[in-house]
Design a protein around this ligand. Structure first.
Ligand SMILES: [Zn+2]
Length: 417
């Protein structure tokens, strides 16, 4: 049991009691029974915020941070990323995933959705480092031999390695890296085994133009024709949607994940966040990989989200609360965690303790505004996930070794090219 004493929450000081992995009490009054046997943490000068849920990431790509910058998506993938990814093994993915989880915890993220390779390694890292993840079984038949593809589907049928913090999902990489037959197999396994299906969708104008040329319809229409658009579907990017795409996608119950930093950096475009929401589409936020962002800092992503969402929104601009909700609760909800992403009795005890004396919080005219626009993630003192501290006073066990190992891993990888 943890008691967060005198913590700043919604414009006043209160106490937050965590029992097991849930918020049990939020009250200005505490009884002796509330503190008996608890770890009482003096939170004077600290504010409590919901933690971030990163709804689209490729964790181990932290190794490729700064490796190939300033290229458009297809050139970046074909000439740089896919050749070095061909060298990946468990050791590299472990080093990259540990670095990613370290960076995410330090910047306030307690959940990520991971579309990558060597999934058991990333699952192990997440279990050990104490946060949550939905780990993808990544399907890209254009890059995968048949035996491996069958192995991926078998792994999904066996539900291997799932726990209360780690889930699996079917993650076909994109429509352009999979045949219709493979995409349909992904849909069928997502339906029969009750998995979320996560895919990159309508990220670039080229993806849309190629799809129209090959299938005579947009990527959204194509996915719909394969039966893939439904409540289990979570699509990343959603930058280039037509009016019909907005309608189809909204009626299907699918969720969108926007990744504004990655889209801007890869020159893919700007997602119409207000348009997606006005169409009735649930919108969450992701960083994408550190090779196209180039960090996994969801607070920074939240600020960019606010800027790009509202730049052309006129009076329909999103409120600060809506922006914060997209970066927190919406990501949790998209991945099936409905009681998470909020500081509320009964919800999963995931939260951040943030230093109100940090220069970006001064003066305290508006704490939410300061969090979105003024501060940075260095203001986060401690992170709690599932009722346990995963960072305390900015300390994470093994941090120096993780950084050292990641530097070693990328140097070795580049020497193999
Ligand atoms: Zn991505």
């Amino acid at each position: 049991m943890i008691v967060l004493k005198s913590v700043y929450f919604q414009s006043k000081k209160t106490n937050v009691v965590i029992k097991g992995n849930r918020f049990a009490l939020i009250s200005e009054e505490l009884s002796q029974a509330d503190v008996d046997g608890a770890e009482v943490v003096d939170c004077d000068g600290l504010a409590i915020f919901p933690a971030f849920y990163n709804a689209h990431c490729h964790a181990a790509m932290t190794l490729f941070r700064g490796y190939a910058d300033d290229k458009p998506l297809f050139e970046w993938l074909n000439n740089y990323i896919w050749p070095i990814e061909a060298k990946l093994n468990d050791y590299y993915v472990e080093a990259g995933s540990r670095l990613a989880v370290l960076e995410m915890i330090k910047s306030g993220t307690v959940f990520f959705s991971d579309m990558y390779y060597f999934r058991e390694t990333t699952m192990k890292v997440v279990e050990e480092m104490g946060i949550r993840a939905t780990i993808g079984v990544t399907i890209a038949d254009a890059l995968t031999p048949d035996w491996q593809l069958n192995d991926h589907f078998k792994f999904l049928e066996n539900h291997t390695g799932v726990s209360d913090r780690v889930q699996l999902a079917v993650m076909p990489h994109a429509i352009y890296t999979n045949t219709a037959k493979t995409l349909q197999k992904c849909v069928s396994i997502a339906t029969s085994e009750q998995y979320k299906l996560h895919i990159h969708l309508s990220e670039t104008a080229k993806e849309v133009a190629d799809c129209i040329q090959e299938h005579s319809c947009t990527p959204v229409e194509y996915l719909d024709s394969l039966g893939a658009l439904n409540e289990q579907c979570i699509a990343a990017h959603c930058v280039h949607f037509t009016e019909n795409d907005f309608r189809l996608f909204a009626n299907s119950g699918a969720s969108a994940v926007v990744n504004p930093c990655s889209n801007l950096k890869l020159q893919s475009g700007i997602p119409n966040v207000v348009g997606l929401r006005e169409a009735g589409i649930p919108v969450a936020l992701g960083t994408d990989g550190a090779s196209s962002n180039n960090n996994l800092d969801m607070r920074e992503e939240m600020k960019v989200l606010a800027l790009i969402a509202n730049v052309n929104a006129g009076d329909n601009r999103l409120s600060q609360q809506e922006i914060q909700q997209i970066a927190t609760e919406a990501g949790a909800k998209a991945y099936g965690l409905s009681e998470a992403g909020r500081i509320e009795v009964g919800c999963l005890a995931d939260c951040l303790l943030v230093d109100m004396n940090h220069v970006g919080f001064c003066p305290n005219n508006n704490v939410v505004s300061n969090w979105i626009y003024g501060a940075n993630s260095e203001a986060i003192r401690s992170v709690i996930c599932n009722g346990k501290f995963v960072m305390k006073n900015r300390h994470i066990d093994g941090e120096e070794d993780i950084v050292k190992e990641a530097n070693k891993a990328i140097a070795k990888m580049k020497s193999e090219l």
